[in-house]
Design a protein around this ligand. Structure first.
Ligand code: NAP
Length: 249
């Protein structure tokens, strides 16, 4: 028996990086997985990589009508959600003094508003005993220059988990957070203007991480699988750091 046999999982931001690695893990463990993201081209590639038991629904988590389409597709085919991985998110660097409305709105629309309404729209389909996993970040507990907006957005994610764990305890819906450190995904490339800049960023993160390297998306997927499965049956409202120790020591 696999860990997620017969389970239906929804993964936002499932076309790339952590979400894609987790979709592969979940399917390998018996789940049927729905993935979402804004770029159809990346979703198509992801579906081909995952290979089966997956449906992609294009959409922006910041758009309530897109979320309706996502959960409408889930309802039409499976009628329920056992596991929700609210993972879609983005990072942009701006220091206080230079912060634009566009930067603030883009960050909070995806990371906070999008995550909140993903959860709210999933709720009618969530099964008693279901598992919700929210993607936070070590940035939520660190003071990192130019990360003020992003860090605050991830601190909000951590806060939601506490409230929702309390609100849904009677339905046995567990809500936990995974907070990655530096993980080797395309999000790092998006933080540099050139390939050399991205390589330097990866090297800087590796040097700052006690385990001496940056993490792999698959290592975060392992933690997501744990939180999605009954192996974490006595955990709710918690935060798991998958960070090579960068925010711990
Ligand atoms: P990634 O490879 O860039 O993946 C991000 C995923 O989210 C993509 O599928 C992207 O697809 C989707 N996405 C972004 N904005 C979206 C929106 N508004 N609506 C729907 N989908 C959206 O990055 P990743 O590293 O896997 O990041 C996943 C999560 O981990 C994020 O929440 C991030 O903040 C968090 N995190 C990452 C790291 C790290 O070092 N990698 C560290 C800490 C936390 P589209 O662009 O096509 O929409």
């Amino acid at each position: 028996m696999s860990l997620l046999d017969t389970k239906v999982a929804v993964i936002t931001g499932g076309s790339s990086g952590i979400g894609l690695a987790t979709a592969k893990r979940f399917v390998a463990q018996g789940a049927y997985v729905y993935i979402s993201g804004r770029r159809q081209s990346e979703l198509d590639k992801a579906v081909a990589e995952i290979g089966g038991n997956v449906t992609a629904v294009q959409g922006d988590v910041a758009s309530l009508s897109d979320l309706d389409r996502l959960f409408g597709a889930v309802k039409a085919r499976h009628g329920r959600v056992d596991v929700l991985f609210a993972n879609a998110g983005l990072v942009e660097h701006q220091k206080l003094g230079e912060i634009t409305e566009t930067h603030f709105d883009k960050t909070f629309n995806a990371n906070v508003r999008g995550l909140l309404f993903t959860m709210q729209k999933a709720l009618p389909l969530m099964q008693d005993g279901g598992a919700v996993i929210l993607t936070g970040s070590i940035a939520g507990i660190k003071g990192l220059p130019a990360h003020g907006t992003y860090s605050a957005s991830k601190a909000a994610v951590r806060s939601f988990a506490r409230t929702w764990a309390a609100e849904f305890k009677d339905k046995g819906i567990r809500v936990n957070v995974i907070s990655p450190g530096a993980i080797d995904t395309p999000i790092i490339d998006g933080q540099a203007d050139t390939q050399e800049g991205a390589d330097q960023l990866r090297a800087n993160f590796a040097a700052a991480t006690p385990l001496g390297r940056i993490g792999k998306a698959e290592e975060v997927a392992d933690a997501a699988l744990f939180l999605a499965s009954s192996q974490s049956s006595f955990m709710t409202g918690a935060e798991i750091f998958v960070d090579g120790g960068i925010a711990q020591v």
